[in-house]
Design a protein around this ligand. Structure first.
Ligand code: PFF
Length: 461
């Protein structure tokens, strides 16, 4: 079937979606902000107790319904599926609220994330070119390079954003098997090799032990409720839960595939890469005597500055690093748009070409708005309530729609979908005890913890 993943294709594509700018850029920067080890422990706990459970839930919903996100909620609401003793699925009518089908519109978040994600990916491509020619050892020049790109070089940004948009469109035009799976089969191993190469180089540095100490020896003094919430938010974003991406990919799994095992594997890969990227970046920073904190400029100002000081080796490392970041970002970007594409194709009867054209145009324009909102000349027209459009897109998705999507999936699976159906799938690869723990987690722990995160971020408590 042209629309199904192979098993390995699914693992690579789901890992490709999860591993992105969130791992290599954002994770090290928040670890730095919250003082290292203690935050890493919180993050690992958030992944293990919340992120993984929500990931399994989303994957289950896709696998059981075998549909796009909107149809998945509708199908599982209007008919209650039960697995009979003979192993066949029986349909019974359900009493669940028809309103559940609107939960499927979480797929819209993908277009909003993609709008600003594509702009950041554009900066990364720009830095691949800068790595070839003009890395500077001067702090002022490095800062100026980044700030002028964002506030003045509108056409350069539009050019790179267009390049990224065309790449994403080109991959998704070919569909799941020939586009997304193939791109991941090539890009993910390359990403792994580059990251491993950079990691090995980092291990050879004297500063590596300092990086290990920083990442794994907890300093609880910087931990407060903000750190806890940041860890929880990062767990969601990094695993790509709450957009319908994992659901959509899981719906294209072969029949015999096992969602529990594959979810655990993807979570291990995603977490492993975040840790490896963190250790590598901190070893580089400490080697140059730089600070562990750094904010968004860490990747675009501090690292290039350090690479420039290392001469030709630094240049090679810089190129490899930004290429790896671009690969990680592209495989995540294609995963954000696929859920909404499937909605257009399956529900509105669009051809894939037409769906890609419509959705591609929406996120392309969204990206233009995002980048113009940071520019010196147009920023003020695109700033609302003190936040520019770029920051709004980031805020609305990571603080509202993504966690909301995660909660809805967990509640839906925990309270609406037939327990026995889920259980029988789950037990194919796990024990009853683990099932019970997971089931209680998606019913109570995830919704409670994530509601607290959202309300806090919204300043409501
Ligand atoms: N997980 C991606 C990252 O860490 O960069 C971001 C992401 C991808 C979020 C896909 C949501 C999504 F649907």
């Amino acid at each position: 079937m042209g629309n199904k993943f192979s098993k390995i294709g699914f693992i690579l594509a789901a890992a490709g979606s999860a591993v992105g700018l969130g791992n290599i850029w954002k994770f090290p920067y928040i670890v730095g902000e919250y003082g290292g080890g203690a935050f890493v422990l919180l993050y690992l706990a958030a992944i293990l107790f919340i992120g993984l459970s929500a990931f399994i839930a989303e994957s289950f919903l896709g696998k059981i319904s075998e549909s796009n996100a909107v149809t998945a909620f509708e199908k599982m609401t209007s008919t209650r599926f039960k697995e009979s003793t003979l192993g066949t699925i029986e349909e019974k009518s359900s009493t669940a609220s028809p309103l559940w089908k609107y939960a499927g519109f979480m797929v819209l978040s993908g277009l909003v994330i993609l709008s600003f994600y594509s702009v950041v990916l554009g900066w990364i491509i720009n830095y691949i070119f800068i790595s070839f020619s003009s890395l500077s050892t001067d702090v002022k020049v490095a800062e100026e390079t980044f700030s002028s790109l964002i506030s003045e070089d509108i056409f350069k940004q539009i050019f790179f954003h267009t390049l990224v948009a065309l790449t994403v469109v080109w991959i998704v035009l070919k569909g799941i098997k020939d586009g997304i799976e193939k791109a991941n089969l090539v890009l993910m191993p390359l990403l792994g090799v580059i990251l491993l190469g950079l990691f090995v180089y980092a291990i050879s540095l004297d500063s590596f032990s300092e990086a290990v100490k920083f990442m794994f020896v907890p300093d609880w003094s910087k931990i407060d409720e903000h750190a806890l919430l940041a860890a929880l938010g990062q767990a969601f974003f990094t695993l790509s839960v709450g957009v319908g991406t994992i659901l959509t990919y899981s719906a294209a799994l072969p029949k015999e595939a096992n969602v529990v095992k594959s979810s655990i594997l993807v979570t291990i890969i995603d977490t492993g890469i975040a840790i490896i990227a963190g250790l590598t970046i901190f070893a580089f920073l400490f080697e140059a005597g730089a600070e562990s904190s750094g904010g968004p400029g860490l990747v675009f100002i501090s690292l290039p500055l350090i690479f420039a000081k290392w001469g030709i080796i630094g240049q090679i490392i810089s190129i490899s690093f930004f290429v790896a970041l671009a690969f990680a970002g592209i495989t995540s970007a294609v995963s954000m748009i696929e859920p909404i594409l499937l909605y257009f194709i399956e529900r509105l009867d669009y051809s894939r070409k037409k769906a890609v054209l419509v959705c591609g145009s929406i996120f392309y324009v969204g990206g233009l708005i995002a980048l113009l909102s940071m520019s010196k000349d147009y920023g003020e027209y695109l700033t609302f309530f003190g936040k520019n459009a770029f920051d709004w897109m980031d805020f609305v998705t990571s603080s509202i729609t993504l966690p909301l999507g995660g909660i809805l999936i967990c509640l839906f699976l925990g309270f609406v979908v037939d327990k026995e159906l889920i259980k029988s799938h789950f037990l194919k690869s796990s024990t009853e005890r683990i099932f019970n723990i997971w089931y209680a987690t998606i019913r109570y722990v995830v919704p409670t913890a994530v509601s607290i995160l959202m309300l806090n971020k919204l300043g409501l408590f």
